[in-house]
Ligand binder design. Structure first.
Ligand code: NAD
Length: 298
């Protein structure tokens, strides 16, 4: 049994904490939201009154925060993790943030002799609840091997993607593919509708032909062919369009900073930003099909 400091008890953090508790770890949990703390306490976590208290005596500190600003504040702030003296704990940031911030925070940790990894996740709230996340880790070999056992109770696969920041790099690339393919699949279904093609027939062909991809076979954006996809539930998220826009922006930021040509990624970001601006950010990202049809919210 280990002691784990856990900071950020939101949609993803809370089920991750539940799985760490189930694995027999002691969790010292901290969040700015009193409601989030109350819920984690009901699950069996010890609530820490501050970041310092969450870090104190921990073997590992895991953070699951909204964005890079929050991560900088929590690790580098005056009362943050590093100022609290992380001791011998290994630091594991599971938030999805920009590569540069991930590298900056890991450099600051290394300057204090503290091991840290970036470890963004894929699999959404369902994956977090089931302890079946896919995790992409960036960091040096020793830090990654130390961090790995603390993430095993929440994951089905952990890939060491390379040095500091490379977990975030892999996440940005993966979600850029996802945004682009979802729009492509939605365009094909809208074209199929105009041509008089039945949804089920188009699914049967594309799921078994060269157009096959996750956005069709696991997350088909029309009701029917994949019963678990949000299309069958009025596009209730799942993975929100707002989150997809955030991730596409991170990919574009990385592309610009590193002079990578990503014209389809840029186009996907533009399409999702229009969809969000029209008030659809809370819907599942596959609801972009309605936008392509010119439909209003469901
Ligand atoms: P969320 O907004 O539900 O939770 C974030 C939590 O962090 C909140 O409870 C908030 O109060 C807390 N927080 C913010 N600032 C804090 C601070 N300074 N100190 C302590 N707590 C603080 O977000 P989420 O959906 O759990 O997502 C977390 C991260 O996981 C994001 O980076 C997101 O991109 C990524 N992610 C989310 C999903 C998903 O489907 N929700 C999937 C994969 C990855």
């Amino acid at each position: 049994m280990a002691t784990i400091g856990f900071i950020g008890l939101g949609n993803m953090g809370r089920p991750m904490v539940r799985n760490l508790l189930k694995a027999g770890h002691l969790v010292q949990a901290f969040d700015l939201s009193p409601d989030a703390c109350k819920e984690a306490a009901a699950d069996g976590a010890e609530i820490a009154p501050s970041i310092a208290a969450a870090v104190s005596g921990s073997d590992a500190v895991i953070t699951m925060l909204p964005a890079g600003d929050h991560v900088r504040r929590v690790y580098l702030g005056e009362e943050g993790v590093l100022a609290s003296g992380a001791g011998d704990a290994v630091l594991i940031d599971c938030s999805t943030i920009d590569v540069e911030t991930a590298r900056q925070v890991q450099r600051a940790a290394a300057d204090q002799g503290v091991q840290m990894v970036d470890a963004p996740v894929s699999g959404g709230v369902g994956g977090a609840e089931a302890g079946q996340l896919t995790i992409m880790m960036g960091g040096d070999d020793a830090a990654v091997e130390r961090a790995r056992p603390f993430l095993e109770p929440v994951s089905r696969l952990i890939v060491h993607a390379g040095g500091p920041g490379n977990g975030q790099a892999a996440k940005a690339c993966n979600n850029m593919i996802l945004g682009i393919t979802m729009i492509g699949v939605c365009e094909a279904f809208v074209l199929g509708e105009k041509l008089g093609l039945d949804h089920d027939k188009l699914f049967e062909v594309t799921a078994n032909a060269s157009g096959q991809c996750w956005s069709i076979s696991s997350y088909c954006p029309v009701p029917g062919p994949v019963p678990t996809s949000p299309a069958n539930n009025d596009y209730k998220a799942g993975f929100t369009a707002a989150m997809m826009l955030k991730d596409l922006r991170l990919a574009q930021q990385a592309a610009q900073q590193n002079d990578a040509a990503t014209p389809l990624g840029a186009q996907a970001q533009a399409i999702y930003s229009m969809f969000n601006a029209a008030g659809n950010g809370d819907l599942d990202f596959s609801a972009i099909i309605r936008f392509l049809r010119g439909q209003d919210r469901p």
